[in-house]
Design a protein around this ligand. Structure first.
Ligand code: SAM
Length: 505
């Protein structure tokens, strides 16, 4: 078995890590009979695939799925999604109850080895997302000219999400089950406008030309929409030379040399203003004047309609969302997640009759600061630590908006912050940790065990690093895992959140 060799007709058994599937190679050759195979790529358990070997080791093979031979019996075309499985929709063809089973099983599997440290571990039933389709409150589409960099199909016009795993592949479509009906309509109108105009789509390879991104943010609880239209305005300065070249391959295009650049910008703004009048949900429109070489959608922002921000509500809190704001992408799901966290703390016996009076809550990896804010009314003080400065500024503004005066926002690396915290012998009754995919930094993890706290709530978006960090905690302290709750915030994707409550006996 060598690298790049193709193995045909492999039956996929299950998901092992959040991005890798497991299969067994059944062979007449005794040396490799029932060898373990780890497959990357978008496959479904039960499907039969041809795979290409990436690594061949004594005990296992790592491979990439190459071709689908037979669909899994689990796979059914999603009734509202004719576009197949793509980034953010990698599991759309698996019915939702099966998606949940896969995710719950994945959490079970990743904590299984912890039973040697605590044998009574039980994973609670997975909490489904309150909405399954049309749930994202933010989406980012990229204009793109090519179906694939390799195949170089020179299509004039395509739109697709921001880069995901397969950056070079692009699919054109008019709507997606990820966003609401009205967000889809707005997207389609902008797309049609762009397509009907003579202006060219930005080319990431050549780093020139015009249309770049459409970003739509929708506050679900207030039904307010923000649109950000990103264009490379600098293109308009060089139109005459460029237009001639561009026109050669596209006979239908109007010669851009007849329009002055100011007129072009006026036409775009007029179109966007008309759009706002047609859709009353639109409360804010920005142009992003974007000649940045990297594929980023937010650059020099010009507010051309409405307010600087839209407002979203979560539980009893109201948040301003500006183009750069960080916010959980599934608003209904976020409420569910925070309620689960609240219940876990509420169920603690040291809170009597729902009468909370926590002294200090320490919220590590704050990001949108929402978890910290949820605890603010129940505590004397909430300290929230986050690395990204813009996120910290957002947090402070939103705390002010909600009249929260007992939150301290610390803009620092958690590992540095904790070093100081333990030197001061500080304590925190409740410690909330919500780290990025990589889990807790190895310099930070031991330090959370060096100060007194009654309960730790660990919210994780990666079962593998969660399990690694829990293993350390169980082996190096007298904390016990009290509850493990998987929460699905991202239907149709491989992402799963897990909340773990740890207390001291
Ligand atoms: C999963 S998000 C936190 C979500 C947040 N608790 C919420 O409810 O919205 C992880 C956050 O950790 C931040 N982060 C990553 N590494 C960090 C570090 N070393 N120190 C502090 N914050 C960090 C990231 O910027 C990101 O905002």
């Amino acid at each position: 078995m060598k690298k790049n060799e193709i193995i045909k007709n492999v039956v996929v058994e299950k998901l092992v890590f959040w991005w890798k599937w497991f299969a067994r190679l059944k062979s007449d050759n005794k040396d490799i009979d029932w060898k373990a195979i780890f497959i990357s790529g978008w496959v479904v358990p039960g499907s039969v695939v041809n795979i290409r070997i990436l690594k061949s080791r004594k005990d296992y093979i790592e491979a990439q799925s190459q071709e689908l031979v037979k669909k899994s019996p689990l796979e059914k075309e999603h009734p509202n999604n004719p576009f197949g499985m793509q980034a953010w929709l990698a599991r759309a063809n698996i019915p939702y109850d099966e998606q949940l089973k896969i995710k719950a099983w994945q959490v079970e599997e990743s904590i299984f080895h912890l039973k040697k440290f605590q044998n009574d571990l039980v994973v609670s039933p997975i909490v489904p997302s309150p909405i399954i389709d049309w749930y994202r409150n933010k989406i980012e589409f990229s204009f793109w000219k090519y179906i694939s960099a390799k195949e170089w199909k020179n299509e004039h016009f395509n739109l697709w999400f921001h880069k995901q795993w397969e950056f070079s592949k692009i699919q054109d479509f008019d709507w997606t089950i990820l966003i609401s009906e009205v967000a889809n309509k707005i997207f389609k109108e902008i797309k049609d406008f762009a397509k009907a105009s003579w202006l060219p789509v930005y080319d990431q390879f050549d780093q020139k030309w015009f249309f770049r991104h459409i970003v739509i943010r929708q506050a679900f609880f207030t039904n307010q929409i923000m649109v950000i239209f990103s264009i490379n305005h600098k293109y308009l300065d060089v139109i005459p030379a460029e237009a001639g070249i561009y026109k050669k391959g596209n006979d239908n295009l109007i010669d851009p040399r007849v329009e002055h650049k100011d007129n072009i910008m006026e036409k775009i703004k007029a179109f966007l203003n008309k759009l706002a009048l047609k859709y009353s949900e639109i409360k804010s429109i920005y142009l992003s004047l974007n000649d940045n070489r990297s594929d980023t959608s937010i650059w020099e922002l010009e507010l051309i309609y409405g307010n600087e921000f839209i407002e979203e509500k979560l539980l009893w809190l109201t948040f301003n969302i500006s183009p750069k704001s960080f916010f959980q992408t599934n608003s209904y799901g976020a409420e569910k997640l925070y309620n689960e966290v609240l219940n876990l703390v509420n169920s603690e016996q040291w809170i009597v009759n729902n009468d909370w009076n926590l002294w200090t809550v320490l919220d590590l990896y704050g990001w949108t600061w929402t978890i910290g804010m949820v605890f603010a009314p129940h505590s004397k003080k909430v300290i929230s630590v986050e690395l990204v400065t813009d996120a910290s500024k957002d947090g402070e503004a939103n705390a002010n908006k909600n009249g929260i005066k007992n939150m301290e926002f610390i803009n620092a690396k958690v590992e540095d912050f904790l070093d100081d915290y333990i030197k001061k012998w500080e304590k925190a009754e409740l410690l909330i940790i919500d780290p990025p995919r990589t889990g807790m930094h190895p310099d930070a993890l031991p330090n959370i065990l060096k100060f007194w706290t009654k309960q730790i709530i660990y919210v994780s978006c990666n079962p593998a690093t969660l399990s690694r960090d829990l293993s350390f905690i169980l082996q190096n302290s007298d904390y016990k895992i009290e509850k493990i709750i998987p929460v699905d915030m991202f239907p149709h994707t491989s992402h799963i959140e897990t909340i773990v409550s740890l207390t001291k006996s």
